[in-house]
Write a protein that binds this ligand. Structure first.
Ligand SMILES: Nc1ncnc2c1ncn2[C@@H]1O[C@H](COP(=O)(O)OP(=O)(O)O)[C@@H](O)[C@H]1O
Ligand SMILES: [Mg+2]
Length: 317
């Protein structure tokens, strides 16, 4: 095997670039298509109806951002058929700290509009609404949307929620809102039933060793094939998949990250076969935790809480 570093970087980049389809994306994709087709039909018929939205929630590392990016690139293709530019859907990460004002400023910037002076929130959002219409933006996607409530003040949360409602119900130019974020995002929706009513909530649940070990086994085999590396006998079975799921704190995306990092380690070392010790080292590198807490090393790994990644010997009791 070639252990040249430039070559390794290219091969890893190619592995990272690959998107793994998972059946959990189907409900999300369906809802998104439905929203989009409805809006495109309204647009063609010169009809204005209230827009709706989608809220995608799930733990960090489950794959929400990646799924959204992937699905949005599919939406671009559909837009192109309608002569709509990519900008007809805007995807942004909510700034932190998020206030009504900072979110408005960020959206304006994304719309290419520069504020010439310090302005108040209501002024900024008036401009946002005007610019959304001018630039024919149909959808606004906000990632890490749980940060919209991070300020914690009820007032700020209420005003953000009502602004999102206002965008969706605009009489001239309704904009569909897509939110993705951790489960705290659901608090914003629970806080405002009128907003919740206009949003479909989809959740990416954690995976489990019982239900998903075989999928993960297939996932690993797929990456090994793609990465042209052979699997040692200690990595082909269900036991390793179960350890992997555990080490990834039951998050789909993190499983993929660990697989790619283990392959990278093998490349860098010039090893031709991927084995369990590559996974063990990857886990150590990621978490800096002791062997006694490494799910790829100990046998009773069920008790290890991989979410507490910085566990050390001293934490044991
Ligand atoms: N379907 C997928 N195919 C390939 N890699 C993925 C997929 N889903 C997630 N990942 C990878 O897993 C990691 C975590 O995913 P991410 O989308 O950032 O999770 P989240 O936004 O839920 O915190 C990222 O490195 C991402 O590239
Ligand atoms: Mg994310």
């Amino acid at each position: 095997m070639e252990s040249d570093l430039g070559n390794t970087a290219d091969r890893i980049a190619a592995l990272k670039d690959h998107f793994v389809w998972h059946e959990r994306f189907e409900p999300l994709q369906e809802r998104l298509s439905l929203l989009m087709e409805k809006r495109l039909a309204d647009l063609s018929a010169d009809r204005i109806t209230e827009a709706r939205g989608i809220a995608l929630s799930g733990a960090s590392g489950t794959g929400k951002s990646r799924a959204m990016t992937h699905l949005i690139s599919g939406i671009w293709k559909r837009f192109a058929e309608h002569d709509l530019p990519h900008g007809a859907i805007i995807s942004l990460r909510v700034p932190s700290p998020a206030t009504l004002k900072s979110v408005g400023q960020m959206v304006l910037r994304a719309l290419g509009y520069k504020l010439s002076a310090e302005r108040q929130a209501w002024y900024i959002w008036d401009l946002v609404r005007f610019q959304l219409r001018e630039r024919k933006v149909l959808f606004l996607h906000l990632d890490e949307a749980q940060d919209l409530s991070s300020r914690g003040t009820r007032n700020e949360m209420t005003s953000v929620a009502s602004m999102l409602k206002t965008l969706m119900t605009d009489e001239d130019w309704p904009v569909g809102i897509i939110l993705s974020g951790t489960t705290e995002l659901e608090e914003i929706l629970n806080h405002d039933p009128q907003l919740a009513r206009r949003m479909n909530t989809i959740r990416f649940d954690p995976i489990s060793a019982g239900a998903n070990a075989e999928d993960v086994q297939g996932l690993l085999a797929g990456y090994a094939k793609r990465g042209q590396i052979r699997l040692a006998s200690d990595t082909v079975g269900i036991p390793l998949s179960e350890r992997l799921i555990h080490a990834a704190a039951f998050q789909f995306g993190l499983v993929i990250e660990i697989i790619i990092e283990a392959i990278e380690l093998a490349y860098v070392r010039g090893d031709e076969i991927l084995s369990q010790h590559h996974f063990a080292q990857t886990y150590t590198d990621r978490t800096a935790c002791a062997d006694a807490f490494n799910p790829f090393i100990v046998d009773d790994y069920y008790a290890i809480d991989a979410r507490r990644v910085f566990t050390r010997e001293t934490d044991r009791d």
